[in-house]
Design a protein around this ligand. Sequence first.
Ligand SMILES: [Zn+2]
Ligand SMILES: [Zn+2]
Length: 313
Amino acid sequence: MTSCKLCGGPAAYFIEHSRIMLCQACFIKYYEKKVYNTIMKHGMLRGARKVAVAVSGGKDSMALLKVVSKLISEKFPEVELIAIHINLGIEGYSGECQEIVEKVCGKLGVDYIIHDLSSMEGYRISDLRSTPLRKRICGACGTVKRYMMNRLAYELGADRVATGHNLDDVVELLFEFYLKGSIENLVRVRPISRSDNPKLITKIKPLIELTEKENLYYALARGIPILDASCPLVEGSRMLRRKKLIGLIEHEISGFKHTLYKSHVKRILPRLEKVVAEPMLVECEVCGMPSLSSVCSYCRLISRLARSAESSS
Ligand SMILES: [Zn+2]
Ligand SMILES: [Zn+2]
């Protein structure tokens, strides 16, 4: 039997990029230390009063909720914590996501709110399937989630929104943006997006240096229930195909994902931040939230949804 590199006990997990085996207890310590270091390195909780954690029910956000609630209670007891879940209204999927979130928040003793799009906003993500937006439904769903999470955190008086974006998510974005030379998008791929605008909450990604697999292991090691299904609308997306391709590169070039991320954050991002101007924000004419144009992308999406509902009725 293989033994743990640190304590010699029975190994349970293989850490791919550093090629070591760890037992369950050593893995938990390694994982929590890594998240703590990421938080400290980027000053993610410096001056924070209330952190809103975006939770979907999947492995990343459930691991995030567990590790952040533990670190806050141990190291930042002055910081308040609340979980926010958006029920997207996707049949055969969203109900189960909400159940898991309720179960985990109850188990961890974390306050949470559920924002049900259907009853609170009058539409469901599934409704997008009958509009011209169906071709880029994941992008539209992303717009809804980003907007809602920011607005709900603002309404709840939170000064940080923490999301479960992991190394694989971020490398997939970097791959796409470097390939296309999207400088304006590349400069936004960062561990913390600070904001001075009171209606635009500072975003933090405490799991940005951990892989999908490590988040799964952590949730399992900590006995956190997670959703064992993926969104039925995401099937065959370009995002999934790119992640598969990046997995093949990582297999050939060990440490590829960590190297690309570190080169971006340490060497390229500081230079990009000097040359790319921060976008000018105005208030959306419809909802009053910060926006790049007179009507924000969320309100434009909602009006398109309303127009297709009218034309089909
Ligand atoms: Zn060990
Ligand atoms: Zn708006």
